[in-house]
Design a binder for this molecule. Structure first.
Ligand code: SAH
Ligand code: AVI
Length: 332
């Protein structure tokens, strides 16, 4: 739905009490998303803003939770099938990773791919990107690392030194599930342009399954996922001069069977008014902010999606319990 803000947010920002004319581009991007997202009838915030320093640390905590199987299972798939995956990929030299996070899975992949000599991790989370690059450099002698702090949906060019043939893309964690089907198609088209002819693309995709397994993965007993979701509001307070009483919002995760996706929301626990950069927003009790989609696919559904935009499915690896899948796609 389009924003119903009457005039340009940038104009509004310039007039607001917090001197946002001084906002750096990253904060201005966040400000625009929040002011537009809060002005919609069905409020939303893009999930890429989860990953400030605190959010990235909370995500790493999520990956250790018993209920959150995706990291554990995808890692096990890379450990079990690393050699076979490498053989199927063939002669890759440049590895480009989208939403690389801690690069722990990349370490496993690189160990199986002897000839990769350049790694380009792309992530919006600058701090964790730098930390991960350092961690990986210590483990892979002679690997050139060229991190890009960027939105992977908007990355149109790679560093000049990475513009060589035989590129491999890697998109782990089922982060592709955080995009709608249309966004995922547009993303796959962009990746094809970035990687070029002869490219391979390894994509981790969470599989459709019983909601009794899915729901606890997004609503864990210890409340780490709740803290991850609520951190978006804390980030607004920290970076956008917000006065949100975070205790008056609650985390919610639901499975929408018809769309095959988990949705995360923040629910207002009271009638309340919050301020962000001098703007007031009224919330009714029970009103929701939609913060994340996490789409689940059958192996066949994901292959059909990839094929619809020109990628050829080459292989898929899954665990015995059919929890998670690793897809290898190729471009002619
Ligand atoms: N691939 C890692 C991390 C997954 S968490 C794993 O499997 O464990 C998702 C990662 O993608 C985070 O590091 C987050 O900062 C990054 N991210 C999310 N949306 C992004 C976007 N639009 N552009 C770039 N990075 C993004
Ligand atoms: C990064 N992404 C694939 C995670 C997911 O499962 O959708 C983010 C996450 N959200 C809640 N828990 C983890």
């Amino acid at each position: 739905m389009e924003s119903d803000i009457p005039h340009s947010v940038v104009e509004d920002l310039d007039r607001s009490s917090a001197s946002p004319a001084k906002l750096d581009p990253a904060r201005a991007d966040f400000a625009e998303a929040v002011l537009q997202g809060f002005a919609r009838q069905l409020r939303n915030l893009p999930c890429r803003f989860f990953y400030d320093e605190r959010g990235s640390a909370l995500f790493e905590e999520i990956t250790q939770l018993e209920e959150y199987y995706p990291t554990r299972v995808e890692t096990a798939l890379l450990e079990a099938y690393g050699a076979e995956i490498a053989e199927r990929i063939g002669d890759a030299r440049v590895l480009v990773e989208f939403g690389s996070g801690s690069s722990r899975k990349t370490n496993l992949l690189l160990s199986a791919l002897a000839r990769v000599d350049m790694y380009v991790p792309i992530d919006v989370a600058g701090e964790s990107l730098a930390e991960a690059a350092e961690w990986l450099a210590e483990r892979h002698d002679g690997l050139a690392i060229r991190p890009l702090v960027a939105d992977f949906t908007k990355t149109r060019t790679l560093p000049v030194v990475a513009r060589r043939p035989r590129k491999l893309g890697f998109f782990s964690g089922s982060t592709i599930g955080n995009l709608t089907h249309a966004e995922a198609q547009a993303f796959l088209v962009n990746v094809a342009r970035l990687l070029g002819h002869g490219a391979a693309f390894l994509v981790g995709v969470d599989l459709k399954k019983d909601p009794a397994i899915l729901i606890p993965a997004y609503n864990d007993q210890r409340g780490v996922t709740a803290a991850f979701n609520l951190n978006l509001l804390e980030r607004i307070n920290r970076e956008l001069d917000g006065d949100i009483d975070v205790g008056r919002f609650a985390h919610d995760a639901i499975y929408d069977e018809s769309q095959g996706r988990i949705e995360m929301h923040l629910v207002s626990l009271a009638h309340q008014t919050v301020r962000v950069l001098g703007h007031e927003f009224r919330f009714a009790k029970g009103e929701r902010i939609h913060t994340e989609n996490s789409h689940k696919y059958s192996a066949a559904e994901f292959q059909a999606l990839a094929k619809s935009v020109g990628w050829s499915p080459a292989n898929v690896w899954t665990d015995q319990d059919r929890l998670f899948s690793l897809h290898l796609l190729k471009l002619d």
